[in-house]
Design a protein around this ligand. Structure first.
Ligand code: HEM
Length: 466
């Protein structure tokens, strides 16, 4: 490990370039978690530096709380991503805005729409969409990846823009998928050499990364503008209530600045919501195929509390402790964002006597995958809390997301059995190339639990208003 006494410890480096290239942008959490297990050195903080960049990895809950919660005043900034942020324009979104006035305005708008009370208005939409998901799973079980993609986008499109889509190949969904695939690859620290050496942004436009940046800019602009314009155009009819409309109606001061904030704030929700929900639900399905005894326990609880006459509702959440433990365990077993979204320090600071220079990229490593054990929900630190980030930049969609994840998972548990595929094998492998890490393509068997649950799904689906 690197032993420059001023900086926190880190892997040994090379002259001139330091150890920065020891930080791999591809699925780094596995390697970083291995460092955590080495006991000889103080490895719950790891430092990488070189070429004017520094990265600090926080490998324990203690270090995360100390730096991201208690020192929120200096660790709530985001790094400047030269390619995706500056060249592609994503720097205008809430998730990448620097910690300052613009970001505060976006957070305030988001809080109005997504606070713990505000999200109660969406229970019915979430319940309706969850039952449609169960119906699709019964009709075409092999397409379960597509069904999960569809519901993840549907919830946020319906709520944010009043937009109703019912096919996974709808262009709003496929465009968003392509854009978020590109964004997800580009927002990992060190994804482009140009992020490490920002002066490269002045290189000529024929350079491959410049071409990629130009295309990315168009994709991002379209992602935030198209559904926003849809919501504006349909406001007058009053038939498609949306967050855009609600926030638009909440003021008479609709300056260009306000409109810009509203478009980019809602665009950030749209961009951030889909992939994380998708990853969480697929991870849950993988875990259920692999750990059937845990699935049985959760189903027994639902049978006891909800019965078989009706579908679960969001308001059942507090009465289903085992289902909640299973959801938390899903998020601990493989969090959707294993390294959160990178932070950056806004001034020099010290931690445990080490210097952490201004502009250091800070990454909380919350990955500690092992066995799937929902029963450890009694652990002192609630694993469900890690998954949504920390401190001042904690996920603003947390309340909405928790309800979505709960209603989807409890509806699936109530009505379906998820089991191993015919070859009896599921390898728990996850994507390592994107900010959001979802299960690699896997197979599982999906059956109705009984003819009663099958009828329940069909009947309830007909009542759905979405
Ligand atoms: C299971 C679902 C979700 C998970 C696991 C998740 C997780 C996260 C995490 C880890 C962060 C980084 C926080 C930090 O820097 O400490 C984040 C930020 C964010 N999330 Fe979520 N999220 C989920 C769903 C949603 C939903 C449904 C929305 C919107 C409706 C949303 C909107 C955002 C936004 C806009 C940010 C950036 C906040 C900022 O930079 O101030 N997320 N989320």
């Amino acid at each position: 490990l690197c032993n420059n006494p001023r900086y926190p410890p880190g892997p040994s480096g090379y002259p001139l370039v330091g150890n920065i290239f020891k930080f791999s942008p591809v699925g780094p959490w596995t390697k970083l978690t291995e460092y955590k297990k080495k006991s000889s050195v103080q490895t719950d903080i790891l430092f990488f530096h070189g070429l004017g960049n520094s990265i600090l990895v926080l490998n324990s809950m203690e270090a995360i709380t100390d730096l991201l919660d208690k020192e929120g005043g200096i660790s709530s900034d985001r790094p400047v991503f030269t390619v995706v942020g500056e060249l592609m324009g994503l720097g205008q979104s809430m998730a990448l805005l620097p910690y300052g006035q613009d970001w505060r305005r976006h957070r305030k708008l988001a809080h109005t729409a997504l606070g713990p009370n505000a999200v109660k208005r969406y229970h019915t939409i979430q319940e309706d969409l969850a039952v449609l998901l169960c119906k699709s799973m019964l009709e075409k079980p092999l397409d379960f990846f597509g069904h999960v993609r569809l519901i993840s986008s549907r919830i946020v499109l319906a709520i944010t823009y009043g937009l109703s889509v019912d096919q996974a190949d709808n262009e709003y969904i496929t465009d968003a998928e392509a854009t978020m695939d590109m964004v997800g690859r580009s927002t990992r620290p060190g994804a482009f050499l140009c992020d490490l050496i920002p002066a490269m942004k002045y290189l000529p436009s024929w350079m491959p990364f410049q071409q990629e940046a130009k295309k990315g800019r168009e994709m991002i602009e379209s992602l935030v503008t198209k559904p926003y314009n849809y919501a504006l155009q349909h406001m007058a009819s009053g038939e498609h209530p949306s967050l855009v409309q609600e926030l638009w109606d909440s003021t008479s001061e609709r300056s260009l600045g306000f409109q810009h904030d509203l478009k980019w704030m809602t665009g950030s929700l749209y961009g951030a919501a889909g992939d994380s929900n998708y990853a969480t639900i697929l991870t849950f399905m993988m875990a259920m195929a692999m750990y059937p005894e845990k699935q049985r326990l959760a189903q027994a609880e639902i049978d006891r509390v909800v019965g078989s006459e009706r579908m679960p509702s969001v308001s059942d959440r507090a009465s289903l402790p085992y289902v909640n433990a299973l959801i938390k365990e899903t998020m601990r077993w493989h969090p959707a964002l294993p390294l959160g979204i990178a932070r950056s320090t806004s001034k020099d600071t010290t931690y445990r006597g080490f210097l952490i220079p201004k502009g250091t990229v800070v990454l909380p490593n919350i990955c500690n995958a092992d066995e799937f054990v929902p029963e450890q929900d009694t652990a002192p630190v609630d694993p469900g809390l890690w998954a949504f980030g920390f401190g001042r930049r904690i996920c603003p969609g947390k309340h909405l997301a928790e309800n979505s994840v709960f209603i989807i998972i409890s509806s699936l548990l109530a009505t379906l059995d998820i089991s191993l595929p015919p070859n009896g094998v599921v390898n728990p492998e996850f994507d390592k190339d994107h900010l959001v890490s979802y299960p690699h393509d896997f197979k599982c068997t999906i059956n109705a639990r009984s003819s009663t649950t099958e009828n329940l799904v069909q009947t309830r689906a007909q009542e759905s208003k979405v």
